[in-house]
Design a protein around this ligand. Structure first.
Ligand code: NAP
Ligand code: GCO
Length: 266
């Protein structure tokens, strides 16, 4: 087999949750360029429509659905509709996610639960919905989008870190439970990527200077820069393809070296 054939996704159907923009969109375009048929979802028709236009601009004919990933019935219905009209979902990227940056002592239980519901429980619901089809078809790929907060904490992100830490272990458990059905479950742990989710951390200050977090992050990252969504495309295609058939339960950190680095010496 030609080496590059290991990375081909021809004939595969990939569902990227929350893939209307940001990291999910960039990864989905990469999967499409490798041959996959793309399915994505958003919470609103407006977001789905915007996403479809963005995919069209990239020459990708994607299939968009309105679906809140915390709604098990809606998730099951999406999977059934995809199966009936497009085909079995071969590849699932659990990408949909939110963050709430609130000091723990000020965070309500409702806020905590909402973050965990979307960032962790929904990944369980979507994986649970696609697994039967993968098992029947003889295999599949599940990729969970983890985070630096799967390994590290910081002020104000308690719910997000708890969810992303749990997502790391859910990844390992799905891998353990279904590897013998030729289903590989892995994670991608992006570092700090320039998307709407991190926009508040990159906001220009009133005096025109950069947000203090920007200089902190650049000093904390050996590569000295924020990640771009395109930095995640290669890792996504690798974990979605035959090239990773013996990789299971692994979190691939794409972080410019953050997790390897103690920090710049004074
Ligand atoms: P983003 O631009 O805010 O996109 C998040 C996506 O999730 C949106 O498209 C949103 O869809 C969708 N979503 C949220 N809640 C949903 C729900 N209940 N049902 C369906 N869709 C829902 O964020 P991003 O930076 O691309 O992040 C994508 C993933 O990467 C997240 O899991 C995030 O935690 C993770 N991550 C991000 C970074 C980073 O630095 N940016 C680093 C590590 C990990 P709507 O269109 O409905 O709003
Ligand atoms: C934050 C950021 C991070 C990134 C990402 C890092 O407030 O610390 O939002 O959590 O989103 O998850 O990997």
């Amino acid at each position: 087999m030609n080496t590059m054939d290991y990375f081909s996704l021809k004939g595969k159907t990939a569902w990227v949750t929350g893939g209307a923009h940001g990291i999910g969109f960039a990864m989905a375009v990469g999967l499409a360029k490798a041959g996959a048929t793309i399915v994505f979802n958003s919470r609103t028709q407006e977001s789905v429509d915007k996403g479809l236009k963005s995919y069209e601009k990239e020459g990708v004919k994607a299939h968009g659905f309105v679906c809140d990933v915390t709604d098990e019935q809606a998730v099951q219905a999406l999977v059934q509709e995809v199966q009936d009209t497009i085909g079995v979902i071969d590849i699932l990227f659990n990408n949909a996610g939110i963050i709430k940056r609130i000091p723990m002592t000020q965070m309500s239980a409702e806020d905590f639960r909402e973050v965990v519901d979307i960032d962790l429980t929904a990944a369980f619901l979507c994986a649970k919905a696609v697994l039967p089809g993968m098992i029947e078809k003889g295999g599949g790929k599940i990729v969970n989008i983890c985070s630096m907060m799967s390994e590290l904490g910081r002020e104000t992100v308690s719910a997000y870190a708890a969810a992303k830490g749990g997502l790391k272990m859910l990844t390992k458990n799905i891998a353990s439970e279904f590897a013998d059905r030729n289903i590989q479950c892995n994670g991608i742990g992006p570092g700090y990527i320039a998307t709407p989710q991190t926009a508040p951390l990159r906001e220009k200050q009133a005096d025109g200077s950069m947000h203090p977090f920007d200089s902190f992050l650049r000093a904390r990252t050996p590569a000295g820069r924020w990640g771009e969504t395109e930095d995640l495309v290669g890792p996504a295609v690798f974990l979605a393809s035959r090239a990773s058939d013996f990789v299971n339960g692994h979190i691939l950190y794409v972080d410019g070296g953050i997790l390897a680095y103690l920090g710049k010496t004074p």
